[in-house]
Write a protein that binds this ligand. Structure first.
Ligand SMILES: Cc1cc2nc3c(=O)[nH]c(=O)nc-3n(C[C@H](O)[C@H](O)[C@H](O)COP(=O)(O)OP(=O)(O)OC[C@H]3O[C@@H](n4cnc5c(N)ncnc54)[C@H](O)[C@@H]3O)c2cc1C
Length: 475
């Protein structure tokens, strides 16, 4: 399916969302599957390798290729079809979560699984098999995919469903761009009967309380997520503010029908209608660099009591899900060093012990995350899954520009990873920058790794698709 047109590559600095990994690469932004095939052929002819890249929202090196080639899929961003009767969308890989919900909501649909930012692309969401705040209930993004087209490095365009090729279906989804490029995806969305959610803020006095709330509510809530003040020590260790959100049943929120208008969902660009949100990150930079993060966390925790008193309250889907998008370029607050996120997934039985140990290790080393987010998960059927029947704790660390301090942070994270792996935990490559190749079989099990390598050899025999992550993990 190749063409004879010349491809125009350009050299760019291609980094992870956390800005601290990645580097110069030659980049191509194809607009058709034919151009992707051409790029595959060209790079293969040169004996090189290339990374696929969506919106670049992975925190680490999952979509970077230092000194190599990067295929940026953001220009393939058309919603090819949306069925207003079923809510099924057929999309190109560069369509974002934002594009999808904007198209769906007016018809009374919302994506079943969304990440904490709406900038993520469908191709990237499928390749990482992303999860939302409802992972414990509705599972992962891959479970909403009916079918996809995958352009493999062998040059074939394969249409794949669960039934037509279960092995490829369950390995390409969550296969971090190693088996081929998604060129088209069919995605199911879900019915919503209001443009709003009913939300509760619940103060959790410590880690055990947080975990207990997740267990007590997971049978009935639609969404659960807890912000943790990881600076809390002793009896306050693991304290935080849980958010529960429920959808409305048909007819329960007639006023909320108005909010099915996409314009009433979007996060406002100004704070109090005055201050552009893009100006907030310098203030946050000050908090990070002047050592005020513990104070900010304490204030946020105290504000939780007020929120709990006014609960339940109503919030648009957009405002509930995409809190981080309220502050554009918030990651700049960690400049010049950038940030990493470390998100271990821990089985339920080991949850409290392991998470407590990790938080204590943070206090002992002095690397205390400025942000912690706790979620409940359930297993999914994908080969390279990161999910467990248990919990994840996403920890955001500001990275020092000083090399020795940065190395100490990496060592601290690897030390924490040992605790997680010894307890049968897993990791999520969208949020990783520190794991080593020796961890790869420990995360997934030898059998799964072997099966994945066999599929890689079948669909990508020349090992054309490589990222910095894949090299680091020895895929
Ligand atoms: C603020 C923020 C909040 C987040 N919240 C969450 C969350 O709540 N839950 C969650 O699960 N994740 C979350 N993430 C992580 C994010 O969802 C994943 O990193 C996701 O994969 C990013 O999609 P992307 O389009 O940016 O892909 P990229 O980061 O560009 O790429 C991700 C992977 O997909 C591969 N890839 C990209 N396009 C294709 C394609 N067309 N075909 C095959 N492979 C492809 C790449 O090679 C790479 O391995 C968050 C990220 C940020 C920045």
């Amino acid at each position: 399916m190749t063409t004879t047109a010349t491809l125009s590559w350009c050299f760019e600095d291609v980094r992870g969302f956390g800005m601290c990994v990645g580097g110069k690469a030659r980049v191509l932004r194809p607009t058709t599957a034919e151009q992707i095939a051409d790029a595959f052929a060209e790079v293969k002819k040169d004996g090189g390798s290339m990374a696929l890249r969506g919106a670049g929202c992975s925190y680490g090196d999952a979509a970077t290729k230092q000194g190599g080639a990067v295929l940026d899929l953001t220009q393939m961003n058309r919603i090819l079809a949306f069925d207003p009767a079923t809510g099924v969308a057929t999309v190109e890989p560069g369509v974002t979560v934002r594009d999808l919900w904007r198209r769906a909501i007016g018809h009374g649909f919302w994506p079943r699984v969304v990440s904490g930012t709406m900038a993520v692309s469908m191709g990237g969401a499928a390749a990482m098999n992303i999860h939302g705040k409802n992972n414990f209930a509705l599972g992962s993004f891959g479970e909403c995919i009916r079918a996809f087209e995958l352009l493999t490095p062998r040059g074939e365009l394969v249409r794949c469903t669960r039934e037509s090729d279960p092995a490829l279906f369950h390995a390409a989804i969550g296969g971090f761009g190693m088996l081929g490029c998604f060129t088209k995806l069919e995605i199911e969305t879900k019915r919503v009967h209001s443009g709003r959610l009913r939300v509760w803020g619940i103060v959790a006095k410590d880690l055990a309380h947080n975990l207990q709330i997740l267990e007590d509510m997971k049978g009935e809530a639609d969404y659960l997520v807890s912000w943790l003040d990881l600076h809390g020590k002793g009896v306050a260790l693991g304290r935080g503010l849980m958010h529960r959100a429920d959808q409305f049943e048909p007819g329960e929120d007639p006023e909320g029908l108005r909010y099915l208008d996409p314009l009433l969902q979007d996060v406002p660009a100004k704070l109090f209608g005055l201050v552009p949100k893009g100006w907030l990150w310098p203030g946050m930079w000050g908090a990070v660099h002047l050592g005020q993060v513990n104070l900010v966390n304490w204030l946020k925790f105290q504000a939780g009591f007020r929120e709990e008193r006014k609960s339940p309250y109503l919030q648009s889907h957009g405002a509930f899900h995409f809190l981080l998008d309220y502050v554009p370029r918030w990651q700049w607050m960690t400049k010049p060093g950038g940030l990493i996120q470390f998100q271990p997934f821990v089985p339920k039985a080991e949850g409290e012990r392991v998470l407590r140990t990790l938080i204590e290790k943070c206090h002992q080393t002095g690397f205390v995350p400025y942000l912690g987010v706790l979620k409940r998960h359930k297993p999914d059927p994908f080969l390279m899954t990161h999910a467990v029947d248990g919990y994840s704790l996403a920890m955001d660390f500001a990275v020092s520009a000083q090399k020795s301090r940065r190395e100490q942070l990496w060592a601290h994270c690897r030390d924490m990873a040992e605790v997680v792996l010894a307890a049968g935990g897993r990791f999520y490559y969208a949020k990783d920058a520190v794991l080593q190749a020796s961890s790869f079989p420990r995360v997934h099990g030898e059998a799964a790794v072997q099966q994945f390598r066999t599929l890689k050899a079948k669909w990508d025999p020349d090992r054309l698709l490589q990222t910095d992550l894949a090299t680091r993990m020895g895929v």
